[in-house]
Design a binder for this molecule. Structure first.
Ligand code: CUA
Length: 164
């Protein structure tokens, strides 16, 4: 069967518009199951009204887990992080175990791969390796607030990681 010129032109659009989404689907499946790439922050769920009574959030803070590993148990709330100052030695691997006790917040730690949402009812985790001394700003990057003063203090919701 020979295609006419018009059919060739049509095929030149139809084929990519079928193949490209199919390739993307395959890549998504590959990334999910073979590489383990997934949206952070949905490993475990808790009752968002009982954050302060639910372990490990009964005791927020910075904990030495040995071998250069630290865990930061952190609660986000309008408009602060608890804890909001974290001190660790150079070379530490720091795992942030997070949730929110009110609305959705963000957590971005500069110069690291920590970039996540703090979602009520969900525990999120992300780990950063601090190989350089310095002060690393951490910020809420979700425009957050509650009625009747929504987002009034969002820009004041920040903290720092001091690596020394
Ligand atoms: Cu919390 Cu913006």
């Amino acid at each position: 069967m020979r295609l006419s010129r018009d059919q060739m032109i049509e095929a030149s659009w139809v084929v990519p518009s079928t193949v490209i989404p199919a390739v993307m689907l395959v890549l998504i499946v590959y990334a999910t199951f073979a590489v383990g790439v997934h949206v952070p922050g949905h490993e475990q769920t808790i009752d968002p009204k009982l954050v302060a009574q639910t372990a490990p959030f009964t005791n927020p803070g910075v904990f030495d887990r040995g071998g250069g590993n630290f865990e930061v148990v952190m609660i986000g709330q309008t408009w602060s992080f608890n804890p909001n100052e974290i001190r660790v030695p150079v070379g530490s691997r720091v795992t942030f175990t997070t949730t929110s006790q009110d609305v959705i917040h963000g957590l971005r730690v500069e110069k690291t791969n920590v970039n996540m949402m703090l979602i009520p009812g969900q525990i999120g985790r992300a780990t950063a390796h601090f190989t350089q001394p310095g002060t690393y700003l951490l910020v809420c990057h979700e425009y957050c607030g509650v009625s009747p003063v929504p987002t009034l203090g969002h820009q004041a919701m920040y903290g720092k990681v001091v690596v020394e």
